[in-house]
Design a protein around this ligand. Structure first.
Ligand code: BDR
Ligand code: CA
Length: 305
């Protein structure tokens, strides 16, 4: 059983990533922390709380964190995720509030209490994680592994150079990549191959109540690629924890651009320098067929509960 602490900004694909974790018997979610990102923090937190109940996550704590970037103005993605953050999916509002406290302290205390046991998965802007490593640098040692959806070594999606989670808080991303751990980077290079094609959508339709989330979320997801269907980026980070062999990964030195006029948030990836001390393991390909088998298997289990 792998324990996960998920920092997120739900977000359509964040919701689908949480559903993947919830339906995977080998994963245990020990906490969900929220950050302002795709939509404002009040909405990412409300969505995480609604998902906790909809996905039957029981007593898993949900703790709100940073509303905005360390230094920059807010960048939001409502054109992609809709004004609520969950597109056309409408979940019953949560009946229970978020836990008291701040996500940064929750991350620190949760990792401190179980050193080497919990994998930290970040699928939103890295503001909470940067503040946690600044406040308590030992989180880097305490995390069993650190996995993100973010960045790319080839392209951006929010602008030509930068992926959304990096662009939303480049200074935080720079702090996190330089913190001294090996960042498992699931970037656009692989996540843009994890597409909800019409075939995949047909496999989601018969999943009972769960399809009330999956289908409207996926069909209203604002970016449809030329290859057909939106990419469920964030589910790739959870899939990596489930089965890293789904991905080819290559060590690299990754630095986040914070000063560029056109390139802020770019993850400058040097594969050649890796033998001089890699700070990241960068995913370069995904076995797409096996990925969907794993994801739909988890969704099917969850729907049958
Ligand atoms: C990332 O940006 C957000 O819009 C998604 O939730 C995902 O985490 C993809 O670039
Ligand atoms: Ca996200």
């Amino acid at each position: 059983m792998t324990k996960l602490l998920i920092d997120c900004d739900p977000g359509i694909d964040d919701a689908l990533a949480l559903a993947l974790a919830a339906g995977s018997p080998s994963l245990e979610i020990v906490g969900i922390t929220t950050v302002g990102g795709n939509v404002d923090l009040s909405l990412t937190t409300a969505n995480a709380l609604a998902l906790r109940e909809f996905l039957d996550l029981g007593e898993v704590p949900v703790v709100a964190g940073s509303p905005g970037a360390l230094l920059r103005h807010d960048v939001r993605a409502t054109t992609v995720h809709g004004s609520s953050g969950l597109g056309d999916a409408v979940l019953p509002p949560a009946t229970r509030p978020a836990e008291d406290g701040h996500a940064v302290d929750f991350i620190i205390e949760t990792l401190r209490a179980a050193p080497g046991e919990i994998t930290l998965v970040a699928i939103g802007p890295l503001t909470n994680i940067a503040l946690a490593v600044r406040k308590e640098p030992r989180v880097v040692e305490w995390a069993r592994d650190f996995v993100i959806m973010g960045g790319s070594y080839t392209r951006g999606n929010t602008n030509p150079a930068a992926e959304f989670n990096m662009l939303a808080d480049p200074e935080a991303a720079a702090i996190v990549f330089e913190a001294g751990w090996s960042v498992k980077m699931l970037g656009l290079d692989v996540t843009l191959t994890a597409l909800v094609t019409s075939d995949v959508l047909e496999r989601m339709r018969p999943l009972g109540r769960l399809s009330d989330l999956l289908v409207p979320a996926a069909t209203s997801y604002g970016v449809v690629t030329a290859e057909g269907g939106p990419a469920i980026h964030d589910a790739c980070a959870v899939a990596y924890v489930l089965d890293a062999s789904l991905f080819t990964c290559v060590p690299a030195v990754v630095r986040v651009e914070t000063a560029g006029r056109y390139t802020s948030g770019m993850t400058v990836t040097d594969f050649k320098a890796a033998d001089r001390g890699a700070n990241a393991l960068v995913a370069t390909s995904l076995d797409v067929k096996r990925f969907w088998d794993v994801v739909l298997d988890a969704y099917t289990r969850l729907a049958a509960r």
